[in-house]
Ligand binder design. Sequence first.
Ligand SMILES: NC(=O)C1=CN([C@@H]2O[C@H](COP(=O)(O)OP(=O)(O)OC[C@H]3O[C@@H](n4cnc5c(N)ncnc54)[C@H](OP(=O)(O)O)[C@@H]3O)[C@@H](O)[C@H]2O)C=CC1
Ligand SMILES: O=C(O)CCCC(=O)O
Length: 497
Amino acid sequence: MTPPAAARASDATLSLRDRLKDPSLLREQSYIDGGWVGTPEFPVVNPATGVAIAKVAQLGAAEATRAVEAASRAFPLWARLTAKQRSNILRKWFELIIANREDLALILTSEQGKPLTEALGEVDIGAAYIEFFAEEARRVYGETIPTQKPDARLLALKQPIGVCGAITPWNFPNSMITRKVSPALAAGCTVVLKPANETPLSALALAVLAERAGIPAGALNIVTGDAPPIGKVLCEHPAVRFVGFTGSTEVGKILYRQSAGTVKKLGLELGGNAPFVVFDDADVDAAVEGAIVSKYRNMGQTCVCANRLYAQDGIYDAFVEKLAAKVSAMKIGEGTEAGVTQGPLINAEAVEKVERHIADAVKGGAKIVTGGKRHALGRTFFEPTVLRDVKADALVAHEETFGPLAPVIRFKDEADVIAMCNASPFGLASYFYARDLGRVWRMAEALESGMVGVNTGLITTEVAPFGGVKESGLGREGSHHGIEEYLEIKYVMMAGV
Ligand SMILES: NC(=O)C1=CN([C@@H]2O[C@H](COP(=O)(O)OP(=O)(O)OC[C@H]3O[C@@H](n4cnc5c(N)ncnc54)[C@H](OP(=O)(O)O)[C@@H]3O)[C@@H](O)[C@H]2O)C=CC1
Ligand SMILES: O=C(O)CCCC(=O)O
C-alpha cells in the first residue's frame, strides 16, 4: 500500500520523487542490457541542501564488462536497422524528453544545483542534440571517387565505428550525455555510458525515456559507480572502438594513455581557460551582458566559461563598474527558488579553488570589487565575485577556476592581448567584443581556440562544432561533424568492371 503523502514527504529520497509528475523517472539502479541492475547504496546529494535525494548502485569492472558485452551483441542488430528506423526511434526519444522536460529539469537541479531555468535550458538543448542527430542519421553519405583505372570503380563507404564508451561530467548531466549518445546511436553504434558520481540521476532518467522510445536492449547501457575501473574497461576492452569524454584534462590524459593498447579513437572535451576581451571600441553594455552569461552561467562551472577577462585601458573602469553592479545584484539560493540566478558550487573542493585564486590575485595587488567570500547561506554557496587590477601572471589567469570569479586584467593593445590570450596550453573557447571589422577578423583568426564568440558570450548550439585545440581536446561534438566521429570510412575498389 502507498504510504500517505505526509509520511512519504519525511523521507528525503521520496521528497524529490513526490515532486515529480512522473515519479518513475527517478531511478536508482543502473541500466544494462535492457534491465535495471545493482543495489542502490551510493548517496546522491543535493548540493544546495546537503540532503541525500537518492542512492545509486556502485558498480565496477565486472558490470562494465557485462555492459560492453551487451553493447557488442546489440551492435549488429542496431547497425542493421535502416537509417530511417533509427531516426524515428531517436525522434521519439526527443519527443519524450520534451514532454517530460519539467521533471528532468527538477531532477537536474536537485542533483547539480543550477537554477531551474538553466536546467530547463539544458534539457532543451540536450533534446535538441537528439533531434538534430535523428535528422543527421539519414544524411550519412559515402562517396564515389573518380577512378584512376578505366576498369575499376572506387567508393568510400561510411560505417558505424562499433561499440562506444562515454564518460560524462557533473556540470551538464543531461546535455553532455545526449551530445555523445545521440550521434553514436544515429550512426548505428551502441553505447556504454558512465555518468559522473555527483549527477547520475539525469542519466538514469534519460535511460527510462530511451527505453520507452524503443531503443533496444544493449544499445544504450548506463553504468554508475567507481570511475577508474569502469574507465579502464571502456579504454582497454577490444570491443570498444571509441571513447568520448568530457571532463578534466588530467583524467582525459589518463584515458588517452589507457586507450593506446587497443589504438582506440577518442573524443576528448577537456578543460579550458577562456579569455574574454573587451576593446575600447566595444559596446560596453553588451560586453557586460556577455560577460555575465559567459562567466556566471552554471555558477562559472562550464568548460567554456570566461576564465580571465581583459579590458582595454580606455573602457577598463567603466567595464569593471558596470559588471560589478550587475554581479552584486544577483540572487543566490537554491536553484528551485524563483528568481535565483546563482546556486551552490558542486562541492567543497570547488569552493576552495575559488578562494585560492582570489587569495593569490589579492596577494599580487588585485582588489575585490564585489563578492570575494563564502555566502551566508553556508555549504558551497559562494558570492559571485569581481576582481580588478589583476596581474597578467596571477594564478587565475593560468588555471581554470570553474567558479563564479571574474578577474579583470588591464591591457594596452591588440598585439599584447593576443599574446596573453594564446599563452596557455589550453584552447577551448575565446570571446571578444569589438566593432572594428579589421580587428574582428584579425582576432578571430589569431586566437588559438576551437571556438570564438565575437560580440557574444554564449556560443553553444547543436548545429555548430563544439571542441578545442591544444590540451583542450580532440574531435568535435554537435553539427554534422559530430556524427563523423562515430563513423569509419571504408574504401572499396571494384576492379574488372
Ligand atoms: N570540460 C568540462 O566540462 C569539465 C571540466 N572539469 C574540470 O575538472 C575539474 C575537476 O572536476 P571533476 O569532476 O573532478 O572532473 P573529472 O574529470 O574527474 O570527472 C569527469 C568524469 O570523469 C570520471 N572520472 C574520474 N576519474 C576517472 C578515471 N580515472 N577514469 C575514468 N573516468 C574517470 C568522473 O567520474 P566520477 O564522477 O565518478 O569521479 C566523471 O564522470 C573541474 O574543477 C574543472 O576544472 C570538470 C568537469 C567538466
Ligand atoms: O562545460 C561543458 O563541458 C559543456 C558546456 C556546454 C554549454 O556551453 O552549454
